[in-house]
Design a protein around this ligand. Structure first.
Ligand code: GRF
Length: 188
């Protein structure tokens, strides 16, 4: 199976996904893309020998369709069977999501359905939650809402800040996402 990954930032989840696709794993990373030419994940992908592309979303302004058409042009040139969003921070329209329907995953840093959207750790702390975590789910048109493949939980500790909680959750993301991608690729 051919896997493409979209990032917007450092791409730590992408690195773990790429590193996991070796040996008898049924998938291989074929492309890493970003909406930001300066995304650290692009350099990390190139260091691992994975082809990359970037399409800056800003020149497209509010024309999401044109931006997404350009993303699809780059992505489909690599013939991906699976598309993974990994710290990709642009909202995608139903047109884009339908194009990859049933083969598009995302990792979200909360125990969905709690805390869809942004600032998940601050919201969990604000709510006084005793635990937090992350979710790998299939991407559907509804933001952070598709079928859940798996979750990982971490304790919230008394002097947690959004940063300390984020770091604890990120360590779990780095284990959960590769495990869920492998299961998904084996079943596809
Ligand atoms: C992580 O919190 C992840 O849950 C979210 O984006 C953040 C950065 O991820 N999706 P990465 O280091 O760029 O993979």
């Amino acid at each position: 199976k051919r896997v493409a990954i979209l990032v917007s930032g450092g791409g730590s989840n992408m690195v773990k996904l790429v590193e996991s696709m070796t040996g008898d794993h049924p998938a291989r990373a074929v492309l890493v893309g970003s909406n930001d030419h300066g995304a650290g994940g692009l350099k990390r992908a190139e260091e691992m020998g994975v082809p990359t592309f970037a399409v800056d979303h800003r020149p497209f302004g509010k024309d999401r369709a044109a931006f997404e058409a350009e993303l699809i042009r780059h992505l489909d040139a690599a013939r991906p069977d699976i598309l993974c969003l990994a710290g990709f921070m642009r909202i995608l329209t139903p047109t884009f999501i339908n194009h990859y329907a049933g083969r598009m995953l995302n990792i979200h840093p909360s125990l969905l359905p709690k805390y869809k959207g942004l600032h998940t750790h601050a919201r969990a702390l604000e709510a006084g939650d005793s635990e937090a975590g992350c979710t790998v789910h299939e991407v559907t048109a509804e933001l952070d809402d598709g079928p859940i493949l798996g979750q990982a939980r971490v304790p919230v500790v008394p002097d947690d800040t959004p940063e300390t909680l984020a770091a604890r959750v990120l360590a779990e993301e780095h284990k959960l996402y590769p495990a869920m991608l492998r299961k998904f690729a084996e079943a596809l």
